[in-house]
Design a protein around this ligand. Structure first.
Ligand SMILES: NC(=O)c1ccc[n+]([C@@H]2O[C@H](COP(=O)([O-])OP(=O)(O)OC[C@H]3O[C@@H](n4cnc5c(N)ncnc54)[C@H](O)[C@@H]3O)[C@@H](O)[C@H]2O)c1
Ligand SMILES: O=C(O)C(=O)C[C@@H](O)[C@H](O)[C@H](O)COP(=O)(O)O
Ligand SMILES: [Zn+2]
Length: 348
């Protein structure tokens, strides 16, 4: 097992450790941010161990990962006179951990927050590493800050109420971690697919992979960009489809499609072999359905990659694979190449 940062506690006992942390005299008030689903499915598990607190509920879903929802959170903190010794506990998936983290990191220039991720995606990825933020004008995570949580408590028992589609969405980020850093896990663990009975070892390994990269480059000036594999195209697809009513796509589904497109780009740049591309595609299509769009839409989708945070000026910098298990960042690709990768995906 790889070493984990001490601020991340994984296992069923983690909620007891969270309770102990909150009992500290240095905590003036506790606020718990939930969404309309986690208040039903997860809060009843957490509530018994919590000290007195104020519950703040936001609507569930990516479409509510906005400044308007932040307004609700900041308003409650203000109404309840939260001071700098207050602590925000974010109980939910990546939307709650990203948004709640951002609200805490900016309220009175920053109060402490604790992540209690309740989806696989948030447990293996979103709760760790200090990227917080919200979407803006349809662009993913356009407004945000890097701010590490005071701690992350990962309790796999929350996953029992998660449906299969959400589980698969989180699995996409697990696969991303394998593709960028762990060829052996990709070769062996992919056999099991999502028919996993105990997610704990997978969560541990994924978090360890992410932690190691984040510790080396917390502010994404270089190496951390490898964690963005699949996201140049993935975020463009996600942003495009989010704005279209009735064409909802989950983050992990978009990333899975993005990983196929960016693996194809890796082949075009001579970094990845056709055989490896085939292995990646076959596996991802065994888990994820194909994302539906028409070829006429590919240029409009590709255009959205111009807002990617890894870009410099008008150069789109992609993270590509140099073989399975090794990623290389800052690989310039043209808008035409992004569009072509989407057309390749569409033809599959
Ligand atoms: N900060 C980061 O490093 C990072 C990393 C990856 C993804 N993200 C972000 O995370 C978000 C996606 O996160 P997500 O997939 O967790 O989505 P999400 O937060 O929308 O949760 C998915 C759905 O599951 C519900 N839910 C949550 N926990 C549940 C449980 N235990 N049982 C039943 N239902 C539950 C939620 O209410 C929601 O409807 C995206 O906005 C993405 O950009 C951030
Ligand atoms: O932690 C990171 O760094 C990542 O890139 C992880 C991604 O899975 C995640 O979706 C992240 O929110 C994307 O960040 P962005 O900077 O591309 O908005
Ligand atoms: Zn992601």
């Amino acid at each position: 097992m790889k070493n984990l940062n001490s601020a991340v506690v994984i296992g069923p006992q983690s909620l007891t450790e969270l309770a102990q942390m909150l009992q500290s005299k240095a905590v003036s008030q506790v606020f718990v941010v939930v969404d309309s689903n986690t208040v039903r499915h997860c809060y009843p598990i957490l509530e018994p161990v919590l000290p007195a607190h104020t519950l703040i509920e936001i609507p569930a879903g990516e479409e509510y990962k906005t400044l308007a929802s932040c307004d609700m959170v900041w308003s409650q903190l203000t109404e309840k006179s939260a001071d700098r010794y207050a602590v925000v506990v974010n109980l939910g998936g990546g939307v709650v951990t990203d948004l709640g983290g951002f609200c805490a990191a900016t309220y009175k220039r920053g109060i402490r927050f604790i992540q209690v991720p309740t989806t696989l995606l948030a447990q293996v990825d979103a709760s760790v590493g200090g990227k917080t933020g919200v979407d803006f004008q349809g662009f993913k995570n356009q407004i945000g800050v890097f701010q590490e949580p005071a701690a992350v408590f990962i309790a796999p028992q929350f996953l029992h109420t998660l449906d299969d589609r959400q589980l698969k969405s989180g699995y996409a980020e697990v696969v991303k971690h394998w593709l960028i850093a762990d060829a052996e896990a990709f070769a062996t663990q992919r056999q099991e697919g999502v028919l996993v009975t105990d997610w704990s070892p997978i969560i541990q390994d994924s978090v360890a992979t992410k932690q190691q990269i984040v510790e080396a480059d917390p502010l994404e000036s270089g190496l951390r960009k490898v964690l963005n594999f699949g996201h140049t195209v993935g975020h463009a697809l996600e942003s495009y489809l989010l704005l279209q009513s009735g064409r909802e796509i989950l983050h992990g589904e978009a990333v899975a499609a993005g990983m196929i497109c960016e693996s194809w780009l890796s082949v075009q740049k001579g970094l990845l072999s056709e055989t490896e591309l085939d292995r990646i595609e076959t596996f991802l299509f065994s888990v994820f359905e194909k994302v539906q769009f028409v070829t006429l839409e590919t240029d409009a989708i590709a255009q959205l990659a111009l807002q990617d945070k890894k870009n410099s000026g008008s150069t789109i910098n992609c993270t590509l694979l140099q073989g399975i298990g090794k990623a290389v960042y800052d690989q310039p690709v043209t808008l035409a190449e992004i569009a072509e990768s989407l057309r390749y995906y569409h033809r599959l």
